[in-house]
Design a protein around this ligand. Structure first.
Ligand code: ADP
Ligand code: MG
Length: 232
């Protein structure tokens, strides 16, 4: 059963006439299903951004929150590795400037202040609705593995634990997840957990038309959903 908090996320988007969830809403949804997300806060002023950055701890990532900007880095709407209050203030204004230039007339809802996830193995989990089979679930490694090599695995939702484990092992680059050449292995138990949680979320939330968690950064122990996009 979905709880009220989940219903509310969709209702707010619906009431505002949006056909998508902002990153922080999509991440809240993921968190409700037990997925590990980055710490996040929405700032509506420079001072507030500094206050939240202090609370979360440095280094910090700042991102644009705007109904007109779905692909944030394309519009200069993502700044990573900000190390102190001065860099937060400068970054806050830089993002506003970048977005105004790239998307004239963009409405600025706020600036997302978030924990910077350390480096690790980048994976992506996604979903689209198939007219015949319903929700599909996709898994792959991030970056060129998906974009150039199309090295991904698919299942129809719902999946069981064995399906999740198979999806992970099926990709051609699986060896990378086991750890190669000084790169530590990735927490496959956590990946199974994330795939299962995503399947459950898709089953319980028919509002989701498309889902894209890109990237999820995975460590030897644990992971962080660093970006999430949901189309309704
Ligand atoms: P976009 O909307 O452009 O996909 P993302 O939120 O994915 O924006 O940010 C772009 C890139 O910045 C990510 O692919 C990732 O490499 C990096 N990044 C974003 N957020 C974080 C974070 N919290 N910690 C570490 N890296 C991040
Ligand atoms: Mg992204």
């Amino acid at each position: 059963m979905r709880d009220e908090a989940i219903k509310k996320i969709f209702k707010v988007a619906q009431d505002e006439g949006r056909n998508f969830l902002y990153e922080h809403e999509a991440k809240e949804l993921c968190a409700h299903y037990g997925m590990p997300i980055t710490a996040i806060k929405i700032a509506s002023s420079e001072d507030e951004a500094v206050k939240y950055a202090d609370e979360i701890g440095y280094p910090i990532v700042l991102k644009i929150v705007s109904p007109q900007v779905l692909h944030k880095s394309d519009s200069g709407g993502v700044l990573i590795n900000l190390k102190n209050a001065d860099e937060i203030r400068e970054g806050y204004n830089k993002i506003l400037e970048n977005v105004k230039k790239h998307v004239p007339g963009a409405v600025i809802t706020g600036i997302l202040v978030q924990e910077m996830a350390p480096n690790g193995t980048e994976v992506i989990v996604g979903s689209t609705k198939d007219p015949t089979f319903g929700n599909t679930l996709m898994f792959g490694l991030g970056g060129i593995f998906v974009e150039v090599l199309k090295d991904v695995s698919f299942r129809i939702v719902p999946i069981q634990q064995v399906d999740a484990a198979e999806m992970i092992k099926e990709i051609k680059a699986y060896k990378i997840l086991e750890g190669v050449r000084g790169m530590p292995p990735a927490d496959q138990e956590m990946l199974v957990k994330i795939l299962m949680a995503t399947s459950k979320m898709l089953e319980e939330c028919p509002e989701i038309k498309e889902l894209d968690m890109n990237p999820i950064i995975v460590y030897e122990k644990g992971a962080r959903v660093v970006d999430a996009r949901v189309i309704l």
